[in-house]
Design a binder for this molecule. Structure first.
Ligand SMILES: Nc1ncnc2c1ncn2[C@@H]1O[C@H](COP(=O)(O)OP(=O)(O)OP(=O)(O)O)[C@@H](O)[C@H]1O
Ligand SMILES: [Mg+2]
Length: 299
């Protein structure tokens, strides 16, 4: 799993930001130069990193993107006559084209991201959720048809970069809940159909059930009732309600973990290298624990 350009995709809320931040830290921990980027306006990467790691290593750079500025930059960079590009970006119609032309913004963002990856840093992208993520990767090919000259050539180069498994890897993130799994399978199908390299599966917030014990389950089930909890409660000096709540929580967690494990095979059937990241309850050491789990998964 060594591509210069790694993009984390998955359903909203599954942990794309946490996983990308942890992955970037993992690379930095090994001494690599890394650029961590989110193409989403307002996604806060720096606070996530600092909260989870304290001092962020210097070789990890959080790159902020300004899509509008990037579009202007691409136009200026690629149009041969500076006066012409200024004329163009200042033209009232430019605003409209920027807003409506399909894939133009995505193209400009990808131009910058790929430029970074062509430099001396590995690039980790905290990608968009589900359909937006695949749309994002398809933008260069789609907009290549609309462009001419150097811009069209650059679009085709970026498209080739994104489809080359030696340079690009999409990391598919999912939790073991119903909708995230369904969406992850949809993303995987769309990427495979589109010819984009899927590098790995990142299973996040996994719970593993304890080994089954009929006796323990029976005892907990009894504590989960008033009649069962009351005698134990008076013995240990607690309220029966509190005891009941604890027993129910334990039962719930165990059944949730079992449910998650039932969903795992569907994802594993994708046949990808897989990192399994446990649910880490304490926010304090979370990023470090996530990075360790990614490393154990071969990333
Ligand atoms: N392994 C984990 N264990 C426990 N909590 C986690 C884990 N991974 C992520 N979280 C928590 O889950 C929440 C969502 O994570 P995150 O913000 O990374 O998801 P996201 O996919 O980027 O969401 P969004 O779609 O909103 O951008 C956060 O509170 C995060 O701290
Ligand atoms: Mg996010």
């Amino acid at each position: 799993l060594d591509a210069r350009f790694q993009v984390v995709l998955g359903k909203g809320g599954v942990g794309r930001t946490t996983l990308s931040a942890a992955l970037a830290l993992l690379h930095a921990r090994r001494g690599e130069r890394v650029a961590l980027v989110s193409p989403l306006a307002g996604e806060q990467l720096r606070p996530v990193l600092e909260e989870g790691w304290g001092a962020v290593p210097e070789r990890l750079e959080v790159v902020e993107l300004d899509p509008r500025g990037l579009v202007d930059g691409v136009v200026k960079h690629l149009l041969p006559v500076p006066a012409l590009s200024t004329l163009l970006t200042a033209h009232p119609a430019y605003e409209a084209v920027y807003g409506i032309a399909p894939g133009v913004k995505e193209m400009a963002v990808l131009h910058r991201l790929v430029q970074l990856a062509e430099g001396d840093a590995r690039v980790v992208v905290d990608g968009m959720a589900t359909g937006h993520g695949t749309h994002f990767l398809e933008a260069p090919r789609k907009s290549a048809h609309l462009l001419v000259g150097k811009l069209a050539t650059r679009a085709r180069d970026i498209d080739a970069f994104l489809r080359d498994a030696a340079r690009t890897q999409v990391l598919l993130a999912s939790t073991l809940e119903e909708m995230p799994v369904r969406e992850a399978l949809g993303i995987a199908a769309a990427l495979r159909e589109g010819g984009f390299p899927l590098g790995a599966l990142l299973v996040n917030r996994e719970l593993r059930p304890l080994a089954r014990s009929a006796a323990a389950e029976q005892a907990l089930a009894r504590l989960a009732t008033r009649e069962g909890a009351a005698p134990v409660a008076s013995e240990v000096g607690s309220s029966w309600r509190s005891l009941q709540d604890h027993a129910r929580a334990a039962l719930h967690l165990q059944s949730q973990a079992a449910e998650m494990q039932e969903r795992l095979p569907e994802l594993l059937a994708l046949g990808l290298p897989t990192a399994r990241v446990p649910l880490v309850p304490a926010p304090g050491g979370r990023l470090r624990a996530v990075a360790d789990a990614l490393e154990a998964g071969g990333l």
